[in-house]
Write a protein that binds this ligand. Structure first.
Ligand code: HPA
Length: 274
């Protein structure tokens, strides 16, 4: 992925421009908890990842993922249905390649969602948390290696990794819609193991409210590219030394599905207001 990086981004962007025509300025990565949002989109164009040049090849058979272009809440957007996780074995350049392509086609606002384990004692399963900041505990940074000034600075600031304007907008919508909306710091880890009780405690001590296995790489690259970012987590399980429940993939999915209506309503309304 490293060699011919700029050419690959442009090649993929050009393919999308040719196939889709109208380019959006807003993209949504549909992580766990936002899958349902697809049903709210008035779909105009769809591209399967398998047909998109340079897109990483999916590890899960039959779930290659799709780029969807259409109207959501009256706003023309692009949605990524299916993302690439570091724990699946993709390298950081692959995980974040779609974000580079988004920027190349003109996207300047990125919305991301994920499932996360809660460490904050006030959280309950099913809560929705706006990500106000993150702690990168992945073993590497997606910007490691050669920097292309065309894409962004060598040492990008991360002081407002998540847009304050978008956070305020979400808060105001939540109060209008009567949604219980938590705020917190997302700790990003490689996975695929869930945390030991001591690790959940440690993440709490260092300032984390929730932990998950995605989002941070994409958000770093989006910031490098000068995009505004909004991130949201659905709290699917709780962790800490007093917590006896064992997190499972099934439990995570179940809790995420339950939170979907709230996540969907919030994001759809945000699209109407931006
Ligand atoms: N830890 C890490 N990732 C997660 C969790 C968790 O507890 N829940 C959902 N994704």
């Amino acid at each position: 992925m490293e060699e011919r990086y700029l050419q690959k981004i442009e090649e993929t962007a050009e393919f999308i421009r040719e196939r889709v025509g109208r380019m959006p300025d807003t993209a949504i990565i549909l992580g766990t908890g936002l899958g349902d949002l697809v049903n709210q989109i008035d779909i105009k164009r769809v591209l399967d990842y398998t047909d998109i040049p340079n897109f990483p090849v999916s590890t899960v058979e039959g779930h290659s993922g799709r780029l969807i272009f259409g109207d959501l809440g009256g706003k023309y957007v692009m949605a990524m249905q299916g993302r690439f996780h570091y724990y699946e074995g993709y390298d950081m350049k692959e995980v974040t390649f779609p974000v580079r392509v988004m920027k190349a086609i003109g996207v300047d606002k990125l919305f991301v969602s994920n499932a996360a384990g809660g460490m904050n004692k006030e959280f309950i399963v099913g809560d929705v948390m706006i990500i106000t900041d993150h702690i990168n505990l992945f073993p590497e940074n997606p910007l490691r290696g050669r920097n292309y000034p065309e894409l962004g600075p060598r040492f990008p600031a991360m002081t407002e990794a998540y847009s304050g304007v978008l956070i305020n907008m979400a808060d105001s919508i939540a109060s209008d819609l009567g949604i219980r909306l938590m705020h917190g710091v997302y700790v990003g880890t490689a996975g695929p193991t869930f945390e030991t009780p001591a690790e959940y405690e440690y993440f709490r001590i260092i300032g984390g409210d929730a932990v998950g296995m995605s989002t941070v790489p994409e958000v770093i690259v989006a910031n490098h590219a000068g995009m505004s970012v909004f991130g949201i987590s659905v709290i699917t399980d709780l962790g800490g030394k007093d917590i006896k429940e064992v997190p499972t993939h099934e439990e995570v999915q179940k809790a995420a599905i339950k939170a979907q209506p709230v996540m969907t309503a919030l994001i759809t309304e945000m699209m109407t207001r931006i």
